[in-house]
Design a protein around this ligand. Structure first.
Ligand SMILES: O=C(O)c1cc(=O)[nH]c(=O)n1[C@@H]1O[C@H](COP(=O)(O)O)[C@@H](O)[C@H]1O
Length: 224
């Protein structure tokens, strides 16, 4: 079975992204390309990264009216990413239309509550309650909209997986026990996230900022 570790190559520098991908490709199951990479390198950059031969997770976190999101996803269809992201807070119709617009083989997953937010951040945008409750509610909405799964933190994935056994669960914000959290607030270790039911783990800086990305990816993989 291929590794469930996806490396987030968050850089505008295509050569750097390629170099890290080549160094870690034996220890990861896929490559996540997000806004930072896409804004700088666009579709041509994604195509170039796809030549490495690993599945591509295109993380552009669409959040707009249903028509706009569906048309944006249609425009990306030729890239046939393995996974793409939308925001669950865009609502049911947006999620339904996103799924309908995506290539058949692409998993559409909805970000619930960003792992960089805690309860007090939610309060400051007018959402009472803790992240857990919001993840559960949004996961339920995502499931009923017919998409493939959600993105949540390792702290919520156990309950989400229990409520949606067939769902696909992406867990970012994972850190080795001694890793710096940085801007992430709901952090767990890679092993704990997998044990709790994560389908795949997304790890960026602990690999990409390491002196030896290959060794860092290998060390994380060894804990899984
Ligand atoms: O959708 C995501 O992948 C995502 C959702 C979320 O709630 N939190 C989150 O960190 N991410 C992404 O996961 C990656 C985490 O990177 P590191 O914090 O460097 O490991 C980044 O590319 C984020 O954009």
């Amino acid at each position: 079975m291929s590794s469930r570790l996806y490396v987030a190559l968050d850089t505008p520098d295509l050569a750097r992204a390629r170099s890290i991908a080549h160094r870690v490709h034996n220890h990861v199951g896929g490559i996540k390309l997000g806004l930072e990479f896409f804004m700088a390198n666009g579709r041509a950059g994604v195509r170039e990264m796809a030549e490495i031969g690993l599945p591509i997770f295109l993380d552009l976190k669409f959040h707009d009216i249903p028509n706009t999101v569906a048309k944006a996803i249609q425009a990306l269809r030729p890239l046939e990413p393995a996974i793409l992201t939308i925001h669950a807070a865009g609502g049911r119709a947006m999620m339904e239309d996103a799924k309908a617009a995506a290539p058949t083989g692409t998993k559409v997953v909805a970000v619930t509550v960003l792992t960089s937010l805690d309860g007090s951040d939610l309060g400051s945008i007018g959402l009472s309650g803790d992240p857990h409750e919001h993840v559960e509610r949004l996961a339920d909405l995502a499931r009923s909209a017919g998409i493939d799964g959600i993105v949540c933190s390792g702290a919520e994935v156990k309950a989400a997986h229990r409520a949606w056994p067939q769902g696909f669960f992406v867990v970012p914000g994972v850190r080795p026990a001694d890793g710096a959290a940085g801007d992430q607030k709901r952090v767990v270790t890679p092993r704990a996230a997998l044990d709790a039911g994560a389908s795949i783990l997304v790890v960026g800086r602990p690999i990409t900022q390491a002196e030896d990305p290959d060794q860092a990816a290998r060390a994380i993989e060894a804990t899984l």
